[in-house]
Design a protein around this ligand. Structure first.
Ligand code: GTP
Ligand code: SPV
Ligand code: MN
Length: 593
């Protein structure tokens, strides 16, 4: 036995001594093991069967009603120095956090099975991939990890080769929000999560490892771990450009990653290839470009709003072998959620007879878990060991006002400012109020495992003479008119914006230079067949100078929280844009390139 596997065995022994399980099960990741897990949960009532004719292999899990989203105020970064976690993270001293967690974990698995889940984030043979082991007493978590990661024997073999692994300890506990913590120890490469069985709180390979711990490692090792989808856009000339896009939780990543082109563009030859829908790890390649992998193997996607018009690719992958969480059901046992179709559900997400007076039938953060291989647009290059080269990075948020449909940064530093300045209205993906505008830099506010000031500096550091960096853009699909309706049709039609983005990357398209960045001339967007009122289009591309002045002034207040640790170059960039706004020259047409 290698020293790594010996260390793993020793850690499992220690955790078993602490948690006192009835038995220990080492997961091999086989189909038989997965089938047995599902069968067991169906028997115990932890999963419910769905209509086997319409949805073979599909099951439904109903969470505890108080455990249906991430809990950001209970999610801590436990670094020795408080400043290393930054003002962007709840912080606890490692010693105190360990003492609290040891007390919670003591004896918590009595009478239960302790599962050892070895997993690999990323294609198993990729130099960009990283491994971890999650210990959990929750079978639903194991089943989800089986779909979301490369789990079992191959991961164990890779851990043996790598010489280290991220250690994650999880217990369902009592599901009491008063006894719930998600602790990260980046200096120890470990995670401890207690008291929640939900998504990002409990599937430790996902946000805890692949973003919070990985972002810390990425900074030390010179790469990036980001809350981004990865999508390949194939144009009618047959060239495919890979785009990575960071939108906050429940702001459209899954939808954009598998969009179906509008009919006229599909006929013209446009194709879309899904590489990833939530997380992107990227590193500079020998050619100076950024190369990206999706560390995940499945999708944990938002159900509400997923319908035949909005996301037909998702619907096509969800009719078999999917785990649904907190959706409603029809009288004949099919999964249902708001936005799916016009049927009336029988049972709501808590299994009660549906009563519209009690709110939506499906929980607003209800989800599906499905293997990425079931996606009709899954990219043939999604499992390439070297990843895919990124042509453009896109930032975006849910902004009912101010932010135009699309604009481009003039260079990398401006792009980093664009990301750092991102704001978005909060969604049901995390507990707390919904629809509140907050600063969410690079869509990483809940996920950056260290001080944002250092994170911005890390982003800026990629600007090297030999680097061939992607162009940076910002989009907003959520602009609203004074009557409260979305001005932009969104979904498949978002490809019309990506078309402009890609033509910019190929240096085949001019742009209008403005103080906030480069915008499309309305005539340069392909809007064939789209019923968009000219007034709406001009609103979508309008720049409200007074509003931008307020936005950038407010940004200075938010930057002040980082003190002298904030890179001077970022503040310099903020001032440059503000000065350009105030100089207020009328827009002029710039050369392409
Ligand atoms: P997480 O999994 O939480 O990270 O979310 P996500 O960023 O993958 O968001 P997702 O694609 O699941 O979309 C979230 C919600 O926004 C769904 O209800 C979608 O229907 C809706 N949505 C997605 N894209 C668009 C769009 O272009 N326009 C509008 N109006 N709504 C959209
Ligand atoms: C998100 O909230 O960004 C998600 C869902 O992707 S969770 O896995 O719960 O983080
Ligand atoms: Mn997400």
């Amino acid at each position: 036995m290698t020293s790594t596997l010996a260390a793993l065995n020793q850690w499992v022994d220690e955790m078993a001594r602490l948690t006192q399980p009835m038995r220990i099960h080492w997961c091999d990741g086989s189909p038989a093991e997965y089938a047995a897990l599902l069968a067991q949960m169906l028997t115990r009532g932890e999963l419910h069967a769905l209509n086997a004719q319409t949805h073979p292999g599909c099951t439904l899990h109903r969470s505890h009603p108080g455990d249906v989203a991430r809990v950001e105020h209970l999610t801590y970064i436990c670094t020795r120095a408080r400043d290393d976690a930054g003002p962007n993270n709840p912080w606890m001293a490692p010693q105190e956090a360990h003492a609290r967690m040891d007390a919670l974990f003591a004896g918590c698995m009595r009478g239960r099975t302790l599962y050892v889940v070895p997993y690999c984030m990323g294609p198993i043979d990729s130099p960009l991939a990283r491994c971890g082991v999650e210990i959990t007493d929750n079978a639903y978590v194991v089943a989800n990890m089986r779909l979301m990661t490369r789990m079992g024997a191959p991961a164990l073999a890779r851990i043996e080769r790598d010489g280290y692994f991220v250690r994650g300890l999880h217990s369902t506990g009592e599901l009491d929000p008063e006894r719930r913590f998600i602790m990260h120890f980046p200096e120890e490469l470990s995670i401890q999560s207690y008291g929640s069985g939900y998504g990002g709180n409990a599937l430790l390979g996902k946000k805890c490892h692949a973003l919070r711990i990985a972002s810390w490692q990425a900074r030390q090792e010179g790469w990036l771990a980001e809350h981004m989808l990865i999508v390949g856009i194939q144009n009618p000339q047959g060239q495919t450009h890979y785009v990575a896009a960071a939108f906050p939780s429940a702001c459209g990543k899954t939808n954009l990653s598998m969009l179906v082109p509008p009919e006229d563009m599909r006929r013209a030859g446009w194709k879309v290839w899904t590489v990833g829908d939530d997380i992107c790890w990227m590193a500079p390649g020998k050619d100076g470009r950024l190369w990206a992998i999706n560390p995940e193997a499945g999708f944990f996607g938002v159900a509400p709003g997923t319908g035949a018009r909005t996301n037909p690719n998702a619907l096509a992958m969800l009719d078999h072998d999917t785990i649904f969480t907190n959706v409603a059901t029809t009288a004949d046992g099919q999964p249902w959620w708001e936005g799916l179709d016009g049927r009336v559900p029988a049972l709501d997400w808590q299994g009660r007879p549906f009563d519209p007076a009690r709110g939506p039938a499906a929980h607003p953060n209800s989800r599906f878990t499905v293997s990425a291989r079931q996606c009709p647009s899954f990219s043939p290059r999604a499992e390439d060991r070297q990843g895919v080269p990124i042509s453009a990075i896109i930032f975006g948020g849910r902004r009912e006002a101010l932010l135009p449909l699309v604009f481009e940064a003039r260079d990398w530093a401006h792009g980093v400012l664009m990301g750092a300045a991102m704001g978005s209205e909060t969604t049901a993906a995390a507990s707390g109020a919904v629809g509140v505008l907050r600063r969410d830099p690079m869509a990483m506010k809940p996920f950056c495992g260290y001080n944002f000031a250092d994170y911005f500096a890390h982003w800026l550091s990629f600007d090297q003479p030999d680097a061939k960096l992607p162009r940076v853009f910002h989009v907003n699909w959520f602009r609203k008119g004074s009557d409260g309706r979305f001005l932009w049709p969104g979904f498949g039609d978002n490809l019309r914006v990506l078309d402009w983005v890609i033509r910019r990357c190929e240096q085949r398209m001019d742009a209008v230079e403005t103080p906030i960045g480069l915008l499309p001339d309305a005539r340069d967007l392909d809007l064939t067949g789209l019923d968009l009122a000219p007034a709406d289009l001009s609103e979508l591309l309008h720049i409200d100078r007074a509003g931008w002045d307020r936005e950038l002034t407010q940004l200075a207040e938010d930057f002040a929280a980082y003190g002298p640790r904030l890179p001077a170059r970022l503040e310099h960039e903020r001032r440059r844009v503000l000065a350009a706004l105030n100089a207020s020259a009328s827009p002029r047409r710039a050369a392409s390139g």
